[in-house]
Write a protein that binds this ligand. Sequence first.
Ligand code: GYE
Length: 311
Amino acid sequence: SAAALALGSGAAMAQDRVIGFSQIGSESGWRAAETTLTRMQAEERGYDLRFSDAQQRQENQIAAIRSFVAQGVDAILLAPVVATGWDSVLQEAHEAEIPVVLLDRMVDSDPSLYLTAVGSDLVHEGEVAGQWLVDEVAGEECRVVELQGTTGSSPAIDRKTGFEQAIAGHDNIQIVRSQTGDFTRALGKEVMESFIQAENGGRDICALYAHNDDMAVGAIQAIKEAGLTPGEDILIVSIDAVPDIFAAMAAGEANATVELTPNMAGPAFDALEAFWADGTEPEKFIQTESRLYTQADDPAGEYEARKDLGY
Ligand code: GYE
């Protein structure tokens, strides 16, 4: 029948779609979940996903994109490790007429060089975290240590800016130390140990702001090893909403997190499908939601709901 034929050719078309995905690496639980969900979305839609893990190195991402262009893929997904240095390679994809969709981090390049970007409002996330702390300490003196994400990445830049904007004008709150933990648990722990050492065994620290949950989880370990109680002696606010931070919140060892959905590929593929169908140009930025969770928001339940999502 015509319907069966149409269905058949639709399926065949989907089968023919080849997507190159240049992923940053596996620095965090959130990143692992994004990779899993991208693979799931591609499989559901019948795409051939070619996955490249850059192990945190921009040069590996540039090489992967060049290879995807040479293979003549139908589209490229790029989660860019840092914000600068993409102009030439994006230009090459553009000249080959291969649409590029950015996932979760932004670039400084001209927006005409990519089809769209899917991500959260990273400045807003920092503001939500900062506002939570402003409300929580309610005018009390609070000396904050900050674990930044990967240097030069848009989330590290924007989450710092947003938090600083939220605490501006609240002179009781001060960032006293700030250093990168590269979005990893191991460095989060190591840098927190040095903060604790420099701050009277941790006793002069009121709160930790970590640019992602994984660094917070590493820092929680450091705080415990220093003989202090995370979540009480030192307040902890971070970003991502991965299962392990909910486990820590359920145990009273972390206080708040701002959710970042790992399903960036769903909206990216929707935009690509509309573009392939009739040339529909998506908005340049497809924004995902950011929501605050505290210990009052059933962290044990949130842990259960997420723990099998590939985190
Ligand atoms: O928050 C963090 C990570 O790029 C916004 O990257 C993303 C960040 C995410 O590895 O955990």
